[in-house]
Ligand binder design. Structure first.
Ligand SMILES: O=C(O)CCC(=O)C(=O)O
Length: 280
C-alpha cells in the first residue's frame, strides 16, 4: 500500500497525506460521537480528560478505536517506518477547538533536558485524522517541510499573539514562512490540504501547528466547522520509544495522568494484538 515513492516523500519531507483512508460515513461517525462525548458527561469517563481533550481514548471508547485504528492504518505506518515491530504509544487523544502554535512534539522533552529523540534510532510517527476539511476555517495541519532533520528552533521564548501583533499583522501581513524566528532555515510552509477521509502523517520531529483560519480569528469558525481530530503516535519497538513512554509518565500536566494511571481494557489489548501492534 505504501510505495517506495511515498516512503521517500515522507523521509524527505517529514510528513505525508494519504488520501481516502476512511469513508465519509466513518468520519461522520467519529465527529458525531466526539461531539456527543464532549457535550455530555461521557468525557468524565477518565479523571484525566477535559471537556476539550480526551486522553488514552481507545481504552475508554472502543467504538472509536474500531473505526479510527484499522489494519489499513497500521499497514501504512509499518510501511513508512520500514519496520514490522511497532508500538502504539499510550497517548491517543481527541482534541476539540485546538489550534496549537508552532512546535515539534519533542520540544517539551528537549526543554526538560532529554536528548534521546536526537539518536538516529528514535523512530516515531504521528497520525492525525481530522474530522473536517482543512479549508478557510483551518481544521488541519501545517508543517515546515523537512524540519524533522533540522535543530529545534522553538526552544527559546515564543512571541505571543497579542491584540497588537494581530492588528499589526492585519496592516502588514507577517507570514510565518518569512519569520526568522519560526523558520530560520527558510523551509517551505505547507498547509496540508486534507479532506474528510484522509490520513495526515508526520514525523515526531517535524515542526507543525494547527492550520489557522484564514481570517486568523478562531472565533469566526462556525460551530459546524469546529476543529476536532484524533491523534495517534506509533514508534519502532526499541529503547528510544520506551524512553519516550517513560518520559510521558513524568509529565506534570493533569491530562498526562493517564500515563501513570493506566486504565485496563481487555478489548483494547485483544484488538491491538489482532492488528499486529505492541502496546507498552
Ligand atoms: O491540532 C493540530 O492540528 C495539531 C496537534 C498538535 O500540534 C499537537 O497535539 O501536538
Amino acid at each position: 500500500m505504501i510505495t517506495s515513492d511515498d516512503k521517500k516523500f515522507y523521509d524527505d519531507n517529514g510528513y505525508i497525506l494519504i488520501k481516502n483512508v476512511f469513508t465519509p460515513e466513518e468520519i461522520a461517525f467519529l465527529r458525531k460521537r466526539s461531539i456527543e462525548i464532549f457535550s455530555s458527561d461521557e468525557w468524565k469517563a477518565s479523571p484525566h480528560n477535559t471537556d476539550r481533550t480526551l486522553a488514552d481514548v481507545y481504552r475508554y471508547f472502543p467504538d472509536i478505536m474500531r473505526v479510527s485504528l484499522t489494519q489499513k492504518v497500521v499497514d501504512i505506518i509499518k510501511g513508512l517506518l520500514g519496520e514490522d515491530d511497532v508500538v502504539l504509544i499510550p497517548e491517543t487523544a481527541i482534541m476539540k477547538g485546538f489550534y496549537p502554535t508552532w512546535h515539534k512534539d519533542s520540544t517539551t522533552q528537549e526543554k526538560l533536558g532529554h536528548t534521546f529523540h536526537k539518536d538516529p534510532g528514535f523512530k516515531m510517527i504521528r497520525t492525525g485524522i481530522y474530522f473536517q476539511d482543512n479549508d478557510e476555517y483551518g481544521g488541519g495541519l501545517s508543517v515546515f517541510a523537512g524540519s524533522h532533520k533540522t535543530p529545534d528552533n522553538f526552544m527559546g521564548k515564543f512571541p505571543e499573539r497579542t491584540l497588537y501583533t494581530r492588528i499589526l499583522n492585519k496592516i502588514i501581513p507577517q507570514k510565518d514562512e518569512n519569520s526568522k524566528f519560526l523558520n530560520p532555515l527558510k523551509l517551505k510552509l505547507v498547509d496540508i490540504p486534507s479532506r474528510v477521509g484522509d490520513l495526515v502523517i508526520f514525523n515526531f520531529l517535524t515542526a507543525h501547528r494547527g492550520t489557522l483560519p484564514k481570517s486568523q480569528r478562531i472565533g469566526d469558525v462556525p460551530a459546524d466547522k469546529t476543529k476536532i481530530a484524533i491523534f495517534d503516535i506509533f514508534g519502532v519497538n526499541n529503547e528510544y520509544t520506551q524512553q519516550y513512554v517513560d518520559f510521558l509518565k513524568t509529565r506534570p500536566e493533569g491530562i498526562y495522568g493517564f500515563a501513570r494511571d493506566r486504565h485496563q481494557s481487555k478489548e483494547f489489548d485483544d484488538y491491538t494484538a489482532s492488528l499486529g501492534l505492541k502496546t507498552i
